[in-house]
Design a protein around this ligand. Structure first.
Ligand code: MG
Length: 416
């Protein structure tokens, strides 16, 4: 069997109110197709346009077997390479080709990747709240369904909701998400002190700084968080200032993770080689799909650096499944971020769309086992399908993104 690519379709859907971009690659073999994630939620039309206008004519008629060749072809075809829009577009086709290869082999992807290194994938969940009591209440809800790793944030990433500048901001400051980074650090230190008092040492804790402080502040803040023995602290500096990480690493034993915003493998290389981070965060579609992510996973393994793939709500279940397949077969899995479907009647996360809609649009999403682990189904390929009729019920929106408009007290922009 040597099928060729017959058509490339882009399906955009927002079952939970978040824009998702899915690619369907159809082949000359009747009934054989693959699905991939090309979600750049906040520029979805640009990705769709790039795939339909430039990538589809490039790949239609070519053999589905040659994934590495096709990836490289798409990557260098515009001469200028990488970038979030191009990489997400490539990812959609790349993942779909892996899905097709798995279906042709009759194997789930973890089998194609060398087989299982583990039975289930340990995951962490997100807890937020207005104060320590609410946060601990939510931690206990997750502990009651077996969750062993929890990311704790106090009031999101420490800023206000988007809106008018607060009274403590400079006169004339523009609308935004307002952040007092000193207060954020004080509140977070207090939060983790209280969590350890109330929840003990057995629960593993994660915290995401989300680049919202200056690297100078990060040096001290990471050190001050040491007593709370975090599993890791994430994105303590903006991606533009990753050279600070080696300095931070020398002053603190708190494990560090970074990388969900990177889109060029070169951005990881130095950090991995110098062991300036402990966990690489990769947003699969942002780096161009499964093909480059597998290379990064194997490269990191050579240096004893572990993987913890990005798993937020603004990526499709196809990418969540791809994460789980790589995790299952990786010798250097650290942990997996998980924003999947909760058990029935278990409500913590607020959704913009109807609960359960995601599963109707994407049947086959890997499942949380109520024991701290996520399990892939054993269907060939990614194991996730797309119900196009259901997907059409949830159109994407073109609202201007506001949560990224983070500002400091003087009104200046801060990385989001
Ligand atoms: Mg993050």
């Amino acid at each position: 069997m040597n099928p060729r690519i017959q058509d490339v379709k882009v399906i955009c859907t927002a079952p939970e109110g978040i824009n998702l971009v899915v690619v369907k690659v159809e082949t000359t073999e009747p009934g054989l197709y693959g699905l991939g994630c090309a979600t750049l939620a906040y520029r979805w039309r640009a990705v769709k346009h790039l795939i339909e206008t430039y990538l589809k004519p490039l790949v239609v008629g070519r053999e589905v077997n040659n994934i590495t060749e096709l990836w490289q072809l798409m990557h260098q075809n515009a001469y200028w390479r990488t970038g979030p829009i191009a990489n997400n577009a490539i990812s959609g086709i790349d993942m779909a080709l892996w899905d097709i290869k798995g279906k042709m082999a009759g194997m789930p992807l973890y089998d194609l990747f060398g087989g299982k290194m583990r039975a289930g994938v340990p995951v962490y969940r997100h807890v937020d709240g207005a104060d320590v009591d609410e946060i601990c209440e939510n931690i206990e809800k997750y502990r009651s369904i077996g969750v062993k790793y929890i990311r704790c944030q106090c009031g999101g990433y420490g800023g206000s909701d988007y809106g008018k500048a607060p009274s403590w901001a400079a006169k004339g400051a523009l609308d935004g998400v307002y952040l007092d980074s000193k207060k954020y650090m004080r509140d977070t230190l207090h939060l983790f002190e209280q969590i350890r008092i109330k929840e003990g040492e057995e629960i593993e804790l994660v915290h995401d700084v989300h680049e919202r402080i200056h690297p100078t502040e990060a040096v001290r803040f990471v050190k001050e968080m040491e007593p709370y023995k975090l599993f890791f602290m994430e994105d303590v500096v903006p991606l533009e200032h990753i050279d600070w990480l080696s300095r931070i690493k020398q002053t603190s034993v708190t494990p560090l993770s970074q990388g969900e915003l990177f889109n060029n493998p070169a951005e990881y290389k130095k950090l991995i080689e110098s062991r300036a981070i402990d966990y690489i965060r990769v947003h699969l579609s942002e780096v161009g799909g499964i093909t480059p992510s597998k290379k990064l996973q194997q490269f990191a393994a050579e240096y004893g650096v572990r993987i913890c793939w990005h798993g937020p709500g603004d990526m499709s279940p196809l990418a969540h499944a791809a994460n789980i397949h790589i995790d299952l077969a990786a010798e250097n899995l650290g942990l997996q971020e998980w924003s999947g479907i909760e058990p029935p009647n278990f409500v913590i996360q607020k959704l913009a769309g109807p609960r359960g809609a995601l599963l109707e649009v994407f049947p086959g999403l890997p499942e949380y086992g109520n024991d701290g682990f996520v399990y892939a189904n054993d269907k060939p390929g990614l194991g996730v399908d797309l119900n196009e009729k259901e997907a059409a019920k949830y159109p994407c929106s073109d609202e201007i993104t506001t949560w990224t408009q983070t500002r400091n007290a003087d009104g200046s922009l801060q990385t989001p």
